[in-house]
Write a protein that binds this ligand. Sequence first.
Ligand code: CP
Ligand code: NVA
Length: 328
Amino acid sequence: MDLKGRDFLKLLDFTPEEITYLLDLAAELKDKKKKGIPVDDLRGKNVALIFEKTSTRTRCAFEVAAHDLGMGTTYLDPTGSQIGKKESIADTARVLSGMFEGIEYRGFGQEIVEELAKYAKVPVWNGLTNEFHPTQMLADLLTIREHFGYLKDIRLTYMGDARYNMGNSLMVACAKMGMHFTACTTPEYFPAKELVDQCKEIAAQTGGSVTLTDDVTAGTKGADVIYTDVWVSMGEPDEVWTERIKALSPYRVNRTVMDNAGPQAIFMHCLPAFHDLKTKIGAHIGERFGITEMEVTDEVFESEQSLVFEEAENRMHTIKAVMAATIA
Ligand code: CP
Ligand code: NVA
């Protein structure tokens, strides 16, 4: 398998075999890291990390992974560069290609990262757009595979805003890997029909399936993975909280949902999560709407079934695999 020089913009661009190769490489790199065996053969190379939205996991994962591989990193924060203000994406791509061996980009529309990749002469990695979060998918697939031992036929139910980056990406990831994806939410938050149709076609080839339902009991019954995300994503206006809380409260992941799924079920979340009022925004929203929890209850978040921190660690091992595999 040779992925040298390839961009990593969305899982739709990769075959199931290529995704499996990246997961196997991540598992190998994780094992070596745990044993203290260095893998730093990218010494002397450098990567640029562009973040037009904030981040904890993705930024740290790229920085630690790059340093482990022997590389230098340059972080461009949401305000501290010329990108999009004084300089076009096409020009930025060509400037950075002269100094770096790879470019990570987190921002708004998917078309921006696609444009960056079109003009860059080095691999471009999508660190989250409004539409897709592909590096998160590798971490999630690795976490599921580590827990169950396999991916094929795993049933994953996503609850919440399924039209955005996480719902879209999980649907694609499940379709690619022969898994059964269910979006369990109110119909106005189902993923776009075009992407659903595309994923159904992929699933028909891999033995997976795509189901959309607004019925919580039917949608979560027997699920192996219950997955949720914040109800309001980065970059969305504050005004949408009212409609989201109203529409999505029936789809909160609570003990009843987990019990309905069954004892085999694990809980996953890309994080950050609103599971209590201990954050600034959490406290503010709690006070404004009189609620104590949002997409997941604290009980489920803190339970034995919750693998959220294993999942977060796997961001680093999988991002390391993406860089190791694609840097020429
Ligand atoms: N899951 C994730 O992408 O987290 P950050 O926003 O902290 O990078
Ligand atoms: N949907 C969330 C995912 C964060 C990792 C957002 O875009 O803010």
